[in-house]
Design a protein around this ligand. Sequence first.
Ligand code: GRF
Length: 206
Amino acid sequence: MKIAVFVSGGGTNLQAIIDNTKNGILQDVEITLVLSSSKDAYALERAANNGIKTAVVSKKDFASLEEWDETMVAEVEKSGAELVVLAGYLSLLGPEFVGKYSNRIINIHPALIPSFCGAGMYGIRPHQAALAKGVKVSGATVHFVNENYDDGPILLQKAVDVLPDDTPETLQKRIMKECEWQILPQAIRLIADGKVIIENNICYVR
Ligand code: GRF
């Protein structure tokens, strides 16, 4: 299966996918495009280091949202990707893109949706909010993407304990390592195997 990975930052989740295409559970998966919303994303270097084609498409460089949306569609069409994976991608996708790739876009979110998600809940903030609320478990969620932030059908979740001496940073690191880098490749595997069904906005693995 060919996939496109969308990024905006450091790209550790992209790295987890790349590593799994080489030595792990995704050896039949090809990353045909890494698309970044920012030219400065370190994720672009990770892609280049692995000989993966990259593109930078920033909303701010377009005269209208429609033009940006069309360009995004064109880039993915060109790549031949059948699945789009948002791995730390910070822009809300446009309506044309979401319509065209309906049920073929997944996102990783660093909290147990529906907690600590939605607009503005990115980076360290979900972890700050989790600690401020005093939750005893947190984790990560892979979900399908619709036109709202962190809102589509949930495919996989994994939890870790919140420890008494956790800081937002220690919690973030543990969730990345023990949850995100595990369930994002697993989600791609399930989709590649045709095991994922969505019915009435609920996702089932069969
Ligand atoms: C991750 O925590 C991911 O869950 C969130 O953004 C962060 C991106 O990290 N959506 P990275 O760029 O994959 O290192």
